[in-house]
Design a protein around this ligand. Structure first.
Ligand code: UDP
Ligand code: MG
Length: 302
């Protein structure tokens, strides 16, 4: 049994060596290749990977031409992986290498894909946990793919499922949604996520929101329908209100009315902007797909 381990890394210079030693220690009896994907780091991440690759031929490095984001870096790694079993994990130590053996055990029970979910996240902020919890509730209500809360991109995939995944052409990926959508025999195991070894999160608020929107818009067109429902409700309320306006006009009671006018303008304006925004999100996705650009460029390999 041979493993390919894929590790996207963005500005993780101080974590590369630490993670490498943890991996070699916990997988001393398993044959593996370790593919670090430097996602356009501005620090010495790729230099660190090169040092490892020079002394250990199991280590490979890819350097993307710029920061394409975690999800695309994962894709680049999957394209490069050659072995029968493929593991994807973070570079910061929050996906402990000792869990890999548990993933393999579960795979040997007959599962093609073994997903993971964090049961405790030592250094995750309260707000992020709350956001994540509600996000998965909304996502699972709006979309047909059901994703476990606290899911992560720490997972095992068999060769068959990696090949299937690579057939997906989609841009702006939400990997965990696509994996669920693919089907195959999947299982999920739980793990304790320790604190980041060094450095701070590379998922800025902006990147997190982007991923959250991609997750919803890639798997559901319900938001478009919601904006339609909002529009209809606004028209209905408008109709009811116009009866009142008409009665008031007949009874000659029409001087004041600033408050109600303002409320109507504010609400309608809000609904309209919201709906245009939602439509915009989908058009942006179509626009991105239609350009049909390569997903990433590789600048350097080692
Ligand atoms: N990452 C990446 N490109 C990015 C952002 C993050 O390759 O643009 C990598 C990062 O180096 C790490 C993994 O994705 O290996 C998860 O990121 P992070 O640990 O910062 O996220 P968090 O655990 O805080 O959600
Ligand atoms: Mg992390």
């Amino acid at each position: 049994m041979k493993l390919s381990i894929i590790i996207p890394a963005f500005n993780e210079e101080r974590n590369i060596h630490l993670l490498y030693s943890q991996i070699t220690e916990s997988l001393s009896d398993i044959e593996f290749e370790c593919i670090f994907v430097d996602d356009g780091s501005e620090d010495k991440t790729f230099a660190e990977i090169k040092i490892l690759a020079d002394k250990d031929k199991r280590v490979k490095g890819l350097s993307l031409s710029r920061n394409f984001g975690h999800q695309t870096a994962l894709l680049a790694g999957l394209n490069e992986a050659k072995n029968e079993i493929v593991i994807t994990m973070d570079a910061d130590g929050q996906h402990p290498p000792e869990v890999i053996k548990k993933l393999i055990e579960e795979h040997l029970k007959g599962y093609d894909i073994v997903n993971t979910r964090r049961i405790s996240t030592a250094d995750t902020k309260y707000m992020k946990k709350l956001f994540s919890k509600w996000y998965y509730k909304i996502l699972n209500t709006l979309t047909d793919v059901q994703i476990e809360p606290a899911s992560s991109d720490f997972r095992l995939m068999s060769r068959k499922t990696v090949d299937a995944y690579l057939k997906i052409e989609e841009r702006d990926r939400f990997t965990r949604g696509l994996i669920k959508w693919m089907g195959f025999k999947q299982s999920i195991i739980e793990f304790d996520a320790p604190e980041r070894m060094t450095g701070t999160t590379k998922y800025t608020l902006n990147k997190m929101l982007r991923l959250a929107f991609d997750g919803i818009t890639a798997f559901s067109s319900k938001p478009l329908k919601i904006s339609l429902i909002l529009g209809f409700s606004a028209i209905l309320l408008g109709l009811i209100y116009s009866v009142y306006v008409f009665v008031a006009y007949i009874s000659g009671n029409t001087t004041s009315g600033w408050t109600s006018t303002m409320l109507v303008i504010l609400f309608l304006g809000g609904f309209q902007l919201l709906s245009i925004g939602i439509i915009g999100e989908y058009i942006a996705r179509i626009f991105n797909e239609s350009k049909n650009r390569p997903h990433y460029f590789i600048k350097d390999k080692c």
